[in-house]
Design a protein around this ligand. Structure first.
Ligand SMILES: [Zn+2]
Length: 159
């Protein structure tokens, strides 16, 4: 019998949502920290430079000094969902993925990416949740993009 406090065993396998996903083999109680979003911390400028031409990145903003975690390890396989079972939680030791409800063995671990500060115009979501927002951007980023687009239209009209 496994100890109830042991870390859940996780498995990376192909996901119905996107490419590969991270699944748990064990039941995870609500509130449990599942895994750390691990990786070297680098400045945002370096990250932009390093990943300028790459369509997929695993960068995670951390703190308020413009640093990002260059994701490395199991946590970078977690997919986005609009109906997540996990959230991310930052403290001075790092970024952790935490269960927001009890997760059954065999479930895919999912959290909301809330993307922002992206050069991409779209980050469409195909998570399939009944409440799918259709995008992986945060609400604030959506508002900002709408304002930016409205400004562009206004500029065009002026000419
Ligand atoms: Zn979705």
């Amino acid at each position: 019998m496994r100890s109830p406090t042991a870390s859940p065993r996780l498995l990376i396998r192909s996901s119905t949502i996107h490419a590969a996903g991270c699944y748990t083999l064990d039941r995870i109680p609500k509130g449990r920290r599942v895994i750390e979003y691990d990786g070297p911390r680098i400045g945002k400028e370096l990250a932009d430079e390093r990943y300028a031409d790459r369509p997929v990145t695993y960068l995670f903003s951390v703190g308020n000094k413009g640093q990002v975690i260059d994701g490395f390890g199991t946590a970078m396989f977690l997919n986005h969902s609009c109906a997540p079972n996990c959230e991310t939680d930052e403290d001075r030791n790092g970024i952790f993925v935490r269960a927001i409800r009890t997760i059954a063995p065999g479930e895919e671990l999912l959290y909301e990416y809330n993307l922002f500060d992206s050069d991409e115009d779209d980050a469409d979501c195909y998570c399939g949740a009944p409440n799918c927002r259709g995008t992986m951007f945060s609400d604030e980023e959506i508002k900002r993009q709408k304002r930016r687009k409205a400004r562009k239209r206004a500029n065009r009209k002026k000419r």
